[in-house]
Design a binder for this molecule. Structure first.
Ligand code: S3P
Length: 430
C-alpha cells in the first residue's frame, strides 16, 4: 500500500529511464548477432530482466556492468547459436507479454523444443495472435492448456516466408513474425491495420538485415548473419508520460525531461497533450537510429479531445494517464478504437473507470475506450491497481491533484517498467 497526497507544484529536471521496448530488443537481436553488442541506458526493470534471464538460459552470456547501471554487453552467439534450456521446466517470462510473444517467434525456427510460461497475468493474455501466423509459417507451437494462452510448447522446425495481414496493430505480433522470418525461406511480410511501433525494423536495419517498409507493410528476407552494434537506449516516452501529465495538471509546475525517445510511432502522448492545451516544448532534438528530444512541460488549463484511429497504437500504453489528464480537463474526452486496453497487463478500461469513478470523476467505460466528462475536483480514494504498473503510476499522478489521500493497494508493480518511479516523483514534488 502507498499513500499519495496533493502536491503544491512539480518542478525540476530529470533523466527518464531507458525505453522498455528498445531494451528488450537490444537483448534479443544482440543474442542473435555474431559478437558483442554494447548497450547503455538499458532499462533494468523486471520485464527486461525477464528477457535477459530467458536468453541466458538459451546460452547467451549477458554481461552486466554493475559499476555502471544500465551498461551491459550481450555476447551474441549468431543466428544458429542458441542452445536448449535445460535448467528449468520452462523459460519464465514473468509479467512480460513482449518477451513471451517475441521470444516465441525466435524459438519457432530453432532446432530444439522450448516451453515458455509467464506469471498469472501473462498466462491469461491472448497468444493466438502469434500462434496463428507462426503456424502459417510452418511452426509447431501449442498452447499447453489449449486455451490460446501460455504456457506454450514450441518444437523448433524450418519455416517458410508468408505474407500476413494482421487483424491487430501490435508490435509484439509484428516482431515475432519478422524475427521468425529471418530464419524462413524467402520473404516474410506483415501488414497491419495501423502502423505499430517500429523499433524492431529500425534495429534490424542497424544490425545489417534487409528490411523493406511500404505503407503499413514490413518485409524481411532470409538472413544468415546479424552484425553487432552499439546501442544507447533513449528515455522511455511511456515513462515520461507520467511526468508530462503531472506537470500539465499540477499548478505552477515546470519539468524538463532529458533525452526521451520521440519516435513518430510512439509520440501520440505529445500530440494528445498538445491537443488538450498542454504547454509542451521539444528541445535539443536529435535524429539517430531513434529520434530523441528533451521535453519541457509547464502547467496549463487542459480541455477535452477525441482520441481514436491510427493515433491509438502510438499511445496505447499512455491511455491510462491520458484518462487522468482528461479527468482534470474541462469538457469531454472520448477515447475509442482502443479495445486492446482490455487485454493488457489488466483490463485497463475497467481499472481506470473504477478508480476514476471512486475519485469522483464522471467516466463511462465503453467496449473500446472511455468517455470522460472532466473538470470536477478529484478526491482521494482507495485504488485497486490490479497489480498493473501503468494503473499504479497513473493513479499516483491523479493523487497529486486530489483532495485527501489516494491509497494504491500495490505500489510494487512499478518494478515492471519503472523501479524508481516513486523516488523520481517525490524528487520533483515541491
Ligand atoms: C510493445 C508493444 C505494445 C505495448 C507493449 C510493448 C513492444 O504491445 O503495449 O507495452 O515492445 O512491442 P502490443 O504489441 O500488444 O500492441
Amino acid at each position: 500500500m502507498l499513500t499519495i497526497t496533493k502536491a503544491n507544484s512539480f518542478r525540476g529536471e530529470m533523466k527518464i529511464p531507458g525505453d522498455k521496448s528498445i531494451s528488450h530488443r537490444s537483448i534479443m537481436l544482440g543474442a542473435l548477432a555474431d559478437g558483442d553488442t554494447d548497450v547503455t541506458d538499458f532499462l533494468e526493470s523486471a520485464d527486461c530482466l525477464s528477457t535477459i534471464d530467458c536468453f541466458s538460459r538459451l546460452g547467451v552470456f549477458v554481461e552486466r556492468d554493475f559499476s555502471h547501471p544500465g551498461h551491459l554487453i550481450v555476447h551474441g552467439c549468431g543466428m544458429e547459436g542458441l542452445h536448449p534450456s535445460f535448467h528449468t521446466v520452462a523459460l519464465y517470462t514473468g509479467n512480460s507479454g513482449t518477451t513471451t510473444r517475441i521470444l516465441s517467434g525466435i524459438l519457432a525456427p530453432q532446432r530444439f523444443v522450448s516451453l515458455v510460461s509467464g506469471d498469472e497475468s501473462v498466462n491469461k493474455r491472448p497468444m493466438n495472435r502469434v500462434i496463428t501466423p507462426l503456424r502459417q509459417m510452418g511452426a509447431r507451437i501449442e498452447s499447453m492448456n489449449d486455451d490460446g494462452c501460455a504456457p506454450l510448447e514450441i518444437t523448433g522446425t524450418s519455416l517458410r516466408g508468408i505474407s500476413y495481414v494482421s487483424p491487430v496493430a501490435s508490435a509484439q505480433v509484428k516482431s515475432a513474425i519478422l524475427l521468425a522470418g529471418l530464419y524462413a525461406d524467402g520473404t516474410t511480410t506483415v501488414t497491419e491495420p495501423s502502423p505499430s511501433r517500429d523499433h524492431t525494423e529500425r534495429m534490424l536495419r542497424a544490425f545489417g538485415a534487409d528490411v523493406d517498409v511500404g505503407g503499413n507493410s514490413v518485409s524481411v528476407h532470409h538472413t544468415e548473419h546479424l552484425t553487432p552494434i552499439k546501442i544507447q537506449v533513449p528515455g522511455d516516452i511511456s515513462s515520461a508520460a507520467y511526468f508530462i501529465a503531472a506537470a500539465a495538471i499540477v499548478p505552477e509546475s515546470e519539468v524538463l525531461l532529458r533525452h526521451v525517445g520521440i519516435n513518430p510511432t510512439r509520440d501520440g502522448i505529445l500530440r494528445v497533450a498538445k491537443a488538450m492545451g498542454a504547454d509542451v516544448t521539444l528541445l535539443n532534438e536529435t535524429d539517430d537510429a531513434e529520434p530523441c528530444a528533451d521535453i519541457l512541460v509547464r502547467s496549463s488549463c487542459l480541455h477535452g479531445t477525441k482520441i481514436g484511429g491510427d493515433l491509438i497504437p502510438t499511445l496505447i500504453d499512455e491511455l491510462p494517464v491520458v484518462a487522468v489528464m482528461a479527468a482534470c480537463a474541462e469538457g469531454t474526452t472520448v477515447i475509442k478504437d482502443a479495445a486492446e486496453l482490455r487485454v493488457k497487463e489488466s483490463d485497463r478500461i475497467r481499472a481506470m473507470t473504477e478508480g476514476l469513478t471512486a475519485m469522483g470523476c464522471d467516466v463511462t467505460g465503453t467496449e473500446d475506450g472511455m468517455i470522460i466528462h472532466g473538470g470536477k475536483a478529484l478526491r482521494g480514494a482507495q485504488i485497486h491497481t490490479y497489480a498493473d504498473h501503468r494503473i499504479a503510476m497513473s493513479f499516483a499522478v491523479a493523487g497529486l491533484i486530489a483532495d485527501g489521500e489516494t491509497v494504491l493497494d500495490d505500489e510494487s508493480c512499478v518494478r515492471i517498467s519503472y523501479p524508481t518511479f516513486f523516488q523520481d516523483l517525490k524528487a520533483l514534488e515541491q
